[in-house]
Write a protein that binds this ligand. Structure first.
Ligand SMILES: N[C@@H](CCC(=O)N[C@@H](CS)C(=O)NCC(=O)O)C(=O)O
Length: 233
């Protein structure tokens, strides 16, 4: 992989450490893009942390953020920081029940969905193509079974129109980002067989911020595969 990769999103400068196929890293990049904040993605890996990454993320988890002298790890913490610093457009609902529900959806994404999403993607695609690991179909299939009740539950929560909680919010970004990572290793019928979820994901992925982040993510993923291929020649 290249040592650093630059993303320029919007107008204002800050650094995000991580790799964009991570659901948590993508979540933060999409939030920055939605708010028109200029973000530089500095490629970082927990396995070989740079001093800058370690300073921002003491437990080597990605993403972490550096904004001037201020550093912060954790996607949800960064989401709160960005929403407070750049309130337009707001991504945390004001109304108490909507706020609570958006936080629950964020938590649902970050714990219940994420573990399976990462196992599916890592064992089928990301580990083999980026780290040269053997595919582990058993682990991926186990994760697919584990995530099925969560996706079935989500299908019941998704409205026919609009967004997960009142207006478009952190809830949509966090959950869609997890499913996006999952699709790196998933037969797409796993999602298309859930029509409300599929239609909602299409609404999310058509947003300009998502298109921008996804295009850069695909380019960076391909570049990392090519760079790994050259190193192993
Ligand atoms: N709660 C954290 C979770 C971050 C996280 O688990 N990131 C993964 C990558 S997807 C990671 O850095 N794992 C490294 C490790 O576990 O050593 C967040 O929301 O940012």
């Amino acid at each position: 992989m290249a040592a650093t990769s630059m993303w320029r999103i919007g107008r204002k400068a800050m650094q995000i450490f991580g790799f964009p196929t991570s659901p948590y890293v993508r979540k933060v990049l999409v939030i920055a893009a939605e708010k028109g904040v200029e973000a530089e993605l500095v490629e970082a890996t927990p396995h070989k942390p740079t001093p800058e990454f370690l300073a921002a993320s003491p437990f080597r988890m990605m993403p972490a953020m550096q904004d001037g002298d201020f550093t912060l790890p954790d996607s949800t913490a960064i989401a709160f920081y960005l929403d407070a610093k750049y309130p337009d457009p707001p991504l945390l609902p004001e109304e108490p029940q909507a706020r609570g529900r958006a936080m629950w959806m964020d938590e649902f994404a970050d714990t219940i969905l994420s573990n399976s999403a990462r196992a599916i993607a890592f064992n089928r695609t990301i580990g083999p193509s980026l780290l040269g690991l053997a595919k582990n179909e058993d682990a991926a299939a186990e994760a697919e079974t584990a995530v099925t009740p969560a996706l079935d539950w989500l299908e019941e929560q998704v409205p026919e129109q609009g967004w997960l909680v009142s207006d478009y919010s952190l809830a949509d970004i966090a959950v869609a980002s997890c499913i996006k990572t999952m699709t790196y290793g998933l037969d797409i019928t796993f999602i298309t067989s859930r029509p409300r979820t599929f239609a909602w994901l299409e609404r999310v992925f058509q947003r300009p911020a998502w298109i921008e982040v996804t295009e850069k993510e695909v380019a960076m993923f391909k570049e990392a595969i090519v760079s790994r291929h050259h190193r192993s020649e």
